[in-house]
Design a binder for this molecule. Structure first.
Ligand code: TYM
Length: 334
């Protein structure tokens, strides 16, 4: 039997090349080796206010982007988190075994809550819901970008705590980072991670940006005061551009050295921009094709749900049973 993979992306903001290189591209690469569940995590998105009409549209946009990037719905299940009730149900069970101290250490909570006027409890519980997404499917492997590593550690801790309190119930998952592109930085500020919620047009390249905009954003990227590429002394802006190129092209380290050593920054940016445009154009064409047929997308999401629901329901039943909760048809009293 193939090992199971689970990962998810929030349908908030615009998907950017960081999400693509950190997560989506890796999903596409590994999907034939595993049994994969890819989730549009809308319950995570509402941990900060989302205008309902926008959220509704973003969920469909994200599903179409999964497909356009190359997720094959005959092989992998694409599901909307809120459409599978067991996610929220397991999240509650796990909330009850998660010490508050563990959650208060989460750096993403600290950064995100600083930006909010009112911090909803959902934002605090966010990593527990993420643990539920993963543990629900007994996923062994979770392909994500580097910013999710701490949440994955917490997921392992929660799984182990539950297992030791109530008996072996959950698989303990491994984090799977891409070799190149696990942390793409902002183009305007290469000391900060590229983020969906960051303001400003120079910050990120969106997966649906047109070629002119992609070129403009990359040509304006922050670099440093060296005259050209020097792999020994380069600053974070140049390193980020090279990472983007390498992750998109698949070039080896020695190919990168040979191609870019000494190149002036203007030329470096041009090559990076052309590579990004070249790789995103087919994805965008596929996106337009998919969104022209809304019925197809609905079918994919329905099939995804139907395929994963029995797995998710079975896990919740076992977890409830182990905790001593009432289940109409008890499985065992071990
Ligand atoms: P989200 O929606 O913020 O990001 C989706 C994926 O993109 C990766 N990523 C990046 N990778 C490289 N460079 C960047 N600048 C960059 N920014 C984002 C993220 O690491 C992620 O893999 N909590 C998650 C969603 C989630 C999830 C899950 C993930 C919910 N449940 C279960 C895995 C398993 C999040 O907010 O991702």
């Amino acid at each position: 039997m193939k090992a199971r993979v689970l990962s998810g992306i929030q349908p908030s903001g615009n998907l950017h090349i960081g999400n693509y290189l950190g997560a989506l591209l890796n999903w596409v690469r590994i999907q034939s080796d595993y049994e994969c569940v890819f989730c549009i995590v809308d319950l995570h998105a509402i941990t900060v206010y989302q205008p309902p009409a926008e959220l509704r549209a973003k969920i469909r946009e994200l599903a179409a982007l999964f497909l356009a990037a190359g997720i094959d719905p005959r092989q992998s299940s694409i599901v909307v988190q809120s459409d599978v009730h067991a996610h929220a149900e397991l999240a509650w069970l796990l909330t009850c075994v998660t010490p508050m101290g563990w959650l208060s250490r989460m750096t993403q909570f600290k950064t995100k809550s600083e930006k909010q006027e009112t911090v909803g409890d959902g934002l605090y519980q966010y990593p527990v819901l993420m643990a539920a997404d993963i543990l629900l499917y007994q996923a062994q492997i979770v392909p994500v970008g580097d910013d999710q590593s701490q949440h994955l550690e917490l997921t392992r801790d929660i799984a182990q705590r539950f297992n030791s309190l109530y008996g072996d119930t959950f698989a303990v998952p491994q984090t799977h980072l891409p070799q190149v592109g696990a942390r793409i930085m902002g183009l305007d500020d290469p000391t900060a991670k590229m983020s969906k919620s960051a303001e400003g047009s120079g910050h990120a390249v969106g997966l649906l940006d047109d070629p002119a905009r992609i070129r403009k954003t990359i040509m304006r990227a922050t670099t440093d005061s060296n005259p050209g590429v020097d792999f020994e002394t380069m600053g974070p802006g140049v390193a980020n551009l090279l990472t983007i190129y390498q992750a998109f092209s698949g070039a080896s380290d020695s190919e990168m050295l040979a191609e870019f050593t000494g190149l002036r920054y203007g030329d470096l940016k041009k090559r990076v921009a052309e590579m990004v445009v070249e790789k995103l154009e087919p994805l965008q064409a596929e996106y337009r094709r998919i969104t022209a047929d809304p019925g197809y997308l609905d079918g994919v999401l329905r099939e995804g749900r139907e395929r994963v629901e029995p797995i998710a329901d079975a896990t919740v039943r076992v977890a409830k049973e182990r905790m001593g909760l009432y289940t109409a048809k008890p499985i065992s009293h071990g």
